[in-house]
Design a protein around this ligand. Structure first.
Ligand code: GLN
Length: 294
């Protein structure tokens, strides 16, 4: 219920939809405004899509209406809708996200699916996710590969607490530890793995000018950016670590900056990796890397 000049005005769900879209379509564009509105409504209403269609012309629940009205100024400030609702979906799994962890992206789902396709029927595979953030990769791999043993590390205590919450919520068994992968001494004590996967920070500082406010003003810098002078800093550290922590024939999988494919290929080759592949994403941009040790 919203009060205008002392008069009670009740809105239907449909009227509330238009209210959101009118408020943000000038800033987001019509299509994105629509998808942001749908995401917001799906999270806050808890209705399934078919159930929602039946209710659209009914008067909106007061609590729901208040949540939507409070969300509008935040959307106008470009706060990501996933932080406003506190959740997102990744590989079919609901995850909590808050400032302090990157909102997992669809291109990373694709990386997970490539690993799942290759290993879904392999018994007892061990996997390490480096820079786990919300836990998206580690939790999905646990849920999609029946018998995997999964560990995940991150430098950030906040990220690890959100990742643990997500693992518990989804009954995923993942061992989490706080380790900075650039600190060789700290990572040395980890055991051997069959697969090491990472989506480390890879956006150069110089690319900031191309990025949108919803990312720049709200998502964690440390999860996204690297210095222009050494954009592969995390890849070098992770590949070096992988040389001493992969089982024979073990695999390294990365998400990458589309402009670093060739440099990463050279780096992995010089370290002695084999079967190196730079793999395109759904937009045909080089987005993933694969490599194996002897
Ligand atoms: N793909 C993410 C983005 O475009 C970046 C992820 C990363 O830096 N690892 O915002």
């Amino acid at each position: 219920m919203i009060i205008f000049a002392g008069q009670n005005s009740f809105m239907t769900y449909k009227e509330l939809e238009f209210r959101v879209i009118d408020a943000i379509s000038g800033l987001y564009g019509q299509n994105e405004a629509r998808s942001v509105q749908r995401f917001l409504f799906a999270c806050f209403s808890g209705f399934d899509p078919a159930g929602y269609l039946l209710k659209r012309n009914e008067e909106a629940d007061e609590d729901f209406e208040n949540k939507i009205i409070l969300a509008i100024p935040r959307l106008i400030e470009f706060e990501p809708v996933q932080y406003i609702t506190g959740k997102t979906w990744f590989c079919g799994t609901e995850l909590s996200v808050r400032p302090g962890v990157l909102i997992p992206r669809p291109e990373t789902e694709n990386l997970v699916m490539k690993i799942v396709e290759k290993h879904k029927s392999r018994e007892g595979i061990s996997i390490l996710d480096i820079g786990t953030g919300s836990g998206a990769i580690a939790i999905s791999l646990y849920l999609l590969i029946g018998t995997a043993r999964i560990e995940a590390i991150d430098i950030s205590e906040v990220a690890l607490s959100i990742a643990k919450e997500n693992a518990d919520e989804n009954r995923a068994v993942v061992g989490f530890s706080q380790i900075d992968i650039l600190d060789r001494k700290a990572s040395e004590k980890l055991p051997f793995f069959n697969v090491i996967v990472s989506n480390p920070p890879y956006i150069r500082q110089s690319e900031k000018s191309l990025m949108k406010r919803n990312v720049l003003d709200f998502e964690p810098e440390t999860a996204l950016f690297v210095e222009n002078s050494d954009p592969l800093i995390y890849y070098r550290a992770i590949a070096g670590f992988a040389l001493s922590h992969l089982e024979p024939g073990g695999e390294l999988w990365f998400e990458i900056n589309e402009s670093e494919g060739e440099n990463l290929q050279i780096l992995l080759k010089n370290l002695g990796f084999r079967h190196i592949e730079i793999i395109p994403d759904l937009n045909s941009k080089p987005r993933y890397a694969f490599a194996q040790i002897q």
